[in-house]
Design a protein around this ligand. Structure first.
Ligand code: TXA
Ligand code: MG
Length: 323
């Protein structure tokens, strides 16, 4: 680990600059969460609507009451079970958390990432007492980055665009964004799963000793829950394994350029490589990315959620290309 680079990045963040930060899920575009102009720069760089809240990343021993008005026992149970790790908790926000971070809502998203570079950066930044606002380091609606090079592909080299620095932490291990659990409506709905991820609904339920509710209309806004999200520029179609070879042959016979993402390995290995694979296939500038539908079991819930969103914009594309 390059400790000098981490120290430099911490000073840049303290000065209100943007830094690409590796995490175990995907790379984040980080800024000082207590600095409204710095957080505003994240939104400008991503082209993201300013009413979307961002997750605040904290060090292992951070005082959560700086960010959250209360830390209910359910939060403690999940923190003990899964932090540091790929789990974000939505809690009632503390007074003084900038509206730029919460998207103007009365909740705040908190996550303690396990990636050693992220942990070292959080320890160095404001002596471990600060928070780093960090959405995924991609332009709004696009595929999340899982390498430092992906971050540079999105925003340009450090100094040449909005980034002051990018820390290289290798390829993100998990590969899809954190599981998000909303704990702001425990009295009415109970704990709510807002976004599936590597930590499964069953693991959360086991740690809490109670079932999770599914998101409802009153759920806080989660940009990752917009239907068109995580999408390559090339149209994406999800196709059952039994149909894919026939469809590929048919489209190629009609002169279409089709690239294929096969389903192989287990769900963790597939998620780890998913975004790098989608980015590589997107670079082929084909007419269509055909994705072989993975199994529907619980282990694949996070992957299937991201694939469904990647394909959302492309409804009807197979029919158009075949027609
Ligand atoms: O794995 C991850 O969570 C990555 C890495 C960088 O930590 N971050 C990430 O951030 O995926 P982003 O902004 O792309 O997605 C985070 C989601 C957003 O959809 C946002 O709306 C939601 O978390 N979120 C953040 N704060 C929230 C809040 N107060 N209430 C509801 N949703 C919130
Ligand atoms: Mg994102």
């Amino acid at each position: 680990m390059d400790l000098d680079a981490i120290r430099v990045a911490a000073r840049l963040l303290e000065a209100g600059q943007l830094v690409g930060m590796p995490t175990e899920t995907v790379y984040g575009l980080a800024a000082d969460a207590s600095h409204p102009e710095a957080v505003a720069a994240i939104f400008a760089a991503k082209g993201r609507p300013s009413n979307h809240p961002v997750i605040v990343h904290v060090a292992r021993d951070a005082d959560l009451l700086r960010w959250a008005a209360e830390v209910p026992v359910e939060a403690r149970q999940l923190i003990d079970a899964f932090w540091p790790g790929p789990l974000t908790l939505i809690l009632p926000r503390a007074a003084g958390v900038p509206a730029a971070v919460t998207g103007g809502q009365d909740s705040v998203g908190l996550r303690c990432p396990s990636h050693p570079v992220a942990q070292a950066l959080l320890k160095e930044f404001r002596q471990g007492q600060g928070g780093l606002a960090a959405p995924s380091a991609n332009r709004f609606g696009r595929v999340s980055p899982t390498t430092a090079q992906h971050v540079i592909d999105e925003f340009g080299a450090p100094g040449a665009g909005p980034l002051a620095a990018v820390l290289d932490g290798g390829q993100s291990e998990v590969g899809i964004e954190s599981t998000i659990v909303d704990l702001t409506r425990l009295d009415t709905l109970g704990p709510v799963l807002l976004r599936p991820g590597r930590i499964s609904a069953a693991q959360i339920e086991a740690a809490l000793g109670r079932p999770l509710a599914m998101p409802d209309r009153a759920a806080p806004r989660v940009s990752g829950s917009l239907d068109a999200h995580y999408a390559p520029a090339t149209p994406v179609a999800l196709v059952a394994a039994a149909d894919i070879d026939r469809l590929v042959a048919d489209l190629r016979a009609k002169g279409k350029r089709v690239v294929i993402l096969r389903c192989s390995g287990d769900a963790h290995a597939y998620a780890h490589a998913l975004y790098a694979n989608l980015r590589a296939l997107d670079r082929e500038a084909a007419d269509l990315i055909l994705v072989e539908q993975p199994p529907q079991d619980a282990a694949w819930q996070g992957v299937n959620d991201r694939l469904r969103r990647a394909a959302f914009d492309s409804t009807g594309v197979v029919e158009r290309l075949s027609g």
